[in-house]
Ligand binder design. Structure first.
Ligand SMILES: Nc1ncnc2c1ncn2[C@@H]1O[C@H](COP(=O)(O)OP(=O)(O)OP(=O)(O)O)[C@@H](O)[C@H]1O
Length: 117
């Protein structure tokens, strides 16, 4: 089923986001964090570069969580039994979310220091 219309592919992508929202508490928490960042941006109205940096970080964390969720679903389906390699694959995906989340927190701290310090 390759090369479907743009609206159909957009629908598939929205289905993925909705499925992650329903299934993953961490995705919902990260969405709440991203919303909080948008509220702070609207309140402080910083220079455009801060909008770009903070929104990019939010998108990176949410995107990584979606990849993490995709990998978990696929691995659980193709290999339901426990295996050390599956564990490492899942841990690496979770590690990617952690690394990007830490980077996002660092950028947010830099923003707070720059605008309130
Ligand atoms: N099939 C498996 N084989 C080996 N280890 C596994 C397997 N499934 C999960 N694990 C280990 O358990 C951890 C948690 O896996 P799980 O699939 O429950 O993800 P999770 O981190 O709970 O996901 P969520 O983001 O939904 O909270 C993995 O990171 C991995 O270390």
């Amino acid at each position: 089923m390759k090369n479907q219309s743009f609206s159909k592919r957009l629908g598939f992508a929205m289905n993925g986001v909705a499925a992650a929202w329903r299934a993953e508490a961490s995705f919902r928490t990260q969405c709440a964090g991203a919303l909080a960042v948008v509220v702070v941006l609207l309140w402080r109205r910083p220079e455009p570069v801060w909008w770009a940096l903070l929104l990019l970080n939010c998108a990176l964390v949410l995107g990584a969580e979606l990849f993490n969720s995709a990998l978990e679903h696929a691995l659980d389906r193709v290999h339901p039994e426990h295996h050390p390699a599956i564990g490492i694959a899942k841990d690496c995906a979770a590690g990617a979310v952690l690394v990007l989340s830490l980077a996002a927190v660092c950028v947010f701290i830099a923003f707070v220091v720059a605008s309130f310090g």
